[in-house]
Design a protein around this ligand. Sequence first.
Ligand SMILES: NC(=O)c1ccc[n+]([C@@H]2O[C@H](COP(=O)([O-])OP(=O)(O)OC[C@H]3O[C@@H](n4cnc5c(N)ncnc54)[C@H](OP(=O)(O)O)[C@@H]3O)[C@@H](O)[C@H]2O)c1
Length: 261
Amino acid sequence: MEKSVALVTGASSGIGESFARLLAQRGHDVVLVARRADRLQAVADRATKEHGAAAEVLVADLETDDGVGMVEARLSDAARPVELVVNNAGFGTSGRFHEMAVEGEEAEIRLNVLALVRLTHAALAGMVERGHGGVINVSSVAAYQPTPNSATYCATKAFVSSFTNAIHEELHGTGVKAMVLAPGFTHTEFHERSGIGNKHQMPEFLWQSCDEVVTAALKAYDRGRAVCVPGPINTVAAAFSGAMPAGVSRKIAGIVTKRVD
Ligand SMILES: NC(=O)c1ccc[n+]([C@@H]2O[C@H](COP(=O)([O-])OP(=O)(O)OC[C@H]3O[C@@H](n4cnc5c(N)ncnc54)[C@H](OP(=O)(O)O)[C@@H]3O)[C@@H](O)[C@H]2O)c1
């Protein structure tokens, strides 16, 4: 019997690498997307060697129209249907908005928002026609909290959460799922690459491993949840941010980010 296919963006490191490995372990073939070809190939080789998965590598820059177009074409190929799409690729910028290069902010919106919207769209048409499949869109607990010095990043993640929640509801009765995953601090390359916060100043108990995050995500996805906030600390943080008056949570976020920068 043919295995069902899962496509993961940002599969060359961190949470995406963990999705690729754990989905292969669950019996999916995988399509892996990112820019670093050597890292992607290593993840693909491991999926094949350890789990017998067929693994395709798509080297694509999802900040560009060409890169997104390449992945859209793969998702629209009715001869090789994709059962699960994980829109995980993302990065953050850090600093006072007016002092940063606007090109970097635009690139962040292109990747975190525009690519995710286009790939969700490319995936869902065929899935609804087939009556099964689903999308996991990776947001963040940052979606719940406008944070000084991460203004654009938090706004992109708020978009991802709002968008995916709405689509989850639209898909009711189609057999197709959409879930938003909102991790908190997770050990990956994200903080070094984005310069968001100083990870060494954050206590270890706040952090999760990628496998913990992805295991929780896949469990929630199986149950048909709209949202997965992995781990009790992140669940409480997200609930508090949502419940506090905006003026109070904004001030607290400003104080915390000053301390960790
Ligand atoms: N780590 C955390 O604490 C945390 C918390 C909440 C949410 N998140 C979210 O989790 C997701 C994954 O991040 P991570 O923490 O695993 O960080 P990571 O280790 O830096 O992984 C980011 C992935 O995105 C890919 N990527 C970046 N720019 C890309 C582009 N232009 N085109 C295609 N792929 C691109 C990277 O691959 P290449 O560089 O090879 O292209 C890499 O595979 C992101 O959406 C992030 O916002 C992370």
